[in-house]
Design a protein around this ligand. Structure first.
Ligand SMILES: C[S@@+](CC[C@H](N)C(=O)[O-])C[C@H]1O[C@@H](n2cnc3c(N)ncnc32)[C@H](O)[C@@H]1O
Length: 275
């Protein structure tokens, strides 16, 4: 499985493929081109992610810890894969994302769901939700601790009594800057190579996610690179931010089992029940 973004020391999956062709022409892109100009490639990049298992895991955790309600919001929903699976479980799902091109793809994938352009660090819900999800480490897009705190407060306000917030996170102290992941797929007679890696300088509340897309058609290779500024924090710091608002349960980053986090891994699933 392609471990998109998931490079803590405990989780290593490392494939390198070399291509000896003409040197790639590098395109200059904004730091989030993957979610705008290149959004059409996003689902290819995530082709190996088991969205069904992640969605089932959120559903099961909600059944065990939550209030049983079916109003669902996916924050930073991207192209809507979790919404697609959770709708099949009977949820009335909505999605919020800051990039309209991602929402356009999500709306095509899930015509019956409601999607809204917005910032997860400052949103108001018209109706309360029972389950709020935020996967693929997207809470880190809040950028800094101040905005992450606003995000947590917005989520708390948007939840019904007993509602749950389920997301995954990476601990800054477990990021290994030497690790990266690559995977390749063929699409439309081109070979696409996708790369991703975390970088944390060792101090402060900023880490970056570096992404690359290399497209090779015939003898021509194009390379796009993105660098995303993200909030960095330890799991202890994250729990301290959440605890005023939620009962916090932390689980191992396994989507087909429910195992309490053993405090060793740098990736985990957070399940937060509204106080
Ligand atoms: C890694 S993608 C994850 C998408 C989806 N959750 C998934 O699992 O495939 C991150 C998403 O976060 C969105 N995003 C980034 N910053 C955001 C913010 N402040 N508020 C809402 N969405 C944001 C991006 O547009 C992008 O769609």
């Amino acid at each position: 499985m392609f471990l998109f973004f998931c490079f803590a020391k405990s989780a290593i999956y490392y494939i390198i493929r070399h291509q000896i062709l003409s040197p790639p022409s590098e395109e200059n892109m904004s730091d989030n081109a993957l979610y705008t100009d290149l959004s059409g490639y996003y689902d290819l990049m995530c082709a190996d992610i088991n969205y069904q298992a992640q969605s089932n895991s959120a559903h099961r955790l909600h059944q065990i810890f939550g209030n049983g309600g079916k109003q669902h919001l996916d924050l930073a929903c991207g192209t809507g894969p979790h919404i697609s699976y959770l709708s099949q479980e009977g949820y009335q799902s909505s999605g919020l994302d800051i990039n309209q091109p991602m929402l356009d793809i999500a709306q095509q994938r899930c015509p019956n769901a409601y999607f809204e352009l917005g910032n997860m660090c400052a949103f108001d819900a018209a109706e309360p939700y029972d389950l709020i999800t935020c996967f693929l480490y997207s809470v880190h897009y809040s950028g800094d601790i101040k905005n992450l705190t606003s995000c947590i407060q917005s989520v708390h306000k948007a939840l019904n009594t007993g509602g749950v917030f389920c997301f995954n996170s990476v601990d800054k102290n477990h990021i290994d800057n030497t690790l990266s992941a690559k995977h390749s797929v063929m699409h439309d007679n081109s070979e696409f190579s996708f790369g991703s890696s975390w970088y944390y300088c060792g101090e402060g509340e900023k880490q970056t996610l570096k992404l690359s897309i290399e497209k090779t058609s015939a003898q021509h290779t194009q390379l796009w690179t993105d660098e995303h500024p993200m909030v960095a924090l330890s799991f202890n710091e994250l729990q301290a931010l959440l605890m005023p608002y939620f009962d916090v349960h932390v689980f191992e980053h396994e989507h087909d089992k429910i195992i309490p986090w053993e405090k060793l891994s740098g990736n985990a699933i957070f399940l937060c029940v509204k106080k």
